[in-house]
Design a protein around this ligand. Structure first.
Ligand SMILES: [Zn+2]
Length: 271
């Protein structure tokens, strides 16, 4: 039994799989702001899905950057409590020998590129707009293999000298204009309650600035939009403009756990 954990700043999903391409069971819950409690909830969730057995492998996504050389979380702007802490701050020691920790947006990108809307494209640009804005580029190499580059596309500057998101210190970065949190701060309304076309057109303008700038480095064949803002995709898709097609994520909330299993498959086959 394989386990994938996709921990976002707001929501966490834990899934089990036998074949590394379909989900057996999924548990979803709100991310606990206390890492000690969050770690306990994750451990008992894994235990429940494996019926107490040792999982064959755990792929673990976190909302930030990781340093696998030293085994630390390094830059987690939307869950600062674990910044600089070892992986064991969230993942039980007993899983560490057979685990891979990665940025959650990178997992989402891999899931969408291989099993979702990016299936038929070679260079897949995935952007997730949720609590924060993140993403990754997935490049397929043939024979089912792929590489990916996560970086921090969400912190691309789109409005020089512009507003600062609560999560980082970059004036005018994409996250400060396109994340769910920033939407609320900018337009004084929760995205799920907004039906004002003018607001959505303005929101899309910011997304477009990010897409055209990120395209210059990624040169992707398609952009896929994921994260909680993708649930409102129909409200702003007509205003989106990019050098390549833009589509909505197919696996939506499950992109990260799908990606966790796809990545596990590649890791295990290269061993
Ligand atoms: Zn930023």
């Amino acid at each position: 039994m394989y386990i994938a954990v996709d921990m976002g700043a707001t929501k966490t999903r834990i899934a089990s799989s036998e074949d590394l391409s379909s989900l057996l069971k999924v548990k979803r819950f709100y991310t606990n702001k206390n890492p000690v409690t969050q770690k306990q909830i994750i451990s008992s969730g894994i235990n429940e899905l494996t019926a107490g057995k040792e999982p064959a492998f755990v792929c673990f996504g976190v909302p930030g950057a990781v340093d696998r050389q030293i085994g630390n979380f390094v830059k987690v702007p939307n869950y600062k409590e674990i910044n600089g802490k070892p992986f064991t701050a969230l993942l039980d020691e007993k899983y560490l020998g057979n685990a891979f920790v990665e940025n959650d947006a990178a997992l989402g990108a891999v899931g969408e590129a291989i099993l979702g809307a990016g299936k038929d494209f070679q260079r897949v640009g995935y952007l997730t707009f949720g609590t924060g804005t993140g993403g990754a580029l997935v490049v397929k190499k043939g024979h089912g293999e792929f590489g990916y580059e996560s970086g921090e596309p969400g912190h691309t500057i789109i409005v020089p000298g512009g507003r600062v998101a609560s999560s980082c210190n970059h004036a005018g970065c994409m996250e400060a204009y396109t994340s769910g949190h920033s939407f609320e701060a900018l337009f004084n309304i929760k995205p799920q309650n907004c039906s004002d076309k003018g607001v959505w057109a303005k929101y899309a303008e910011y997304v477009n600035l990010g897409l055209s700038s990120i395209y210059m480095t990624w040169k992707c064949d398609i952009f896929i939009i994921g994260g909680s803002m993708a649930l409102e995709y129909d409200l702003f898709s007509e205003f989106l403009k990019a050098p390549v097609p833009v589509v909505r994520s197919l696996t939506l909330d499950d992109a990260g756990v799908y990606g966790g299993f796809v990545l596990t498959k590649q890791i295990l086959s290269s061993r």
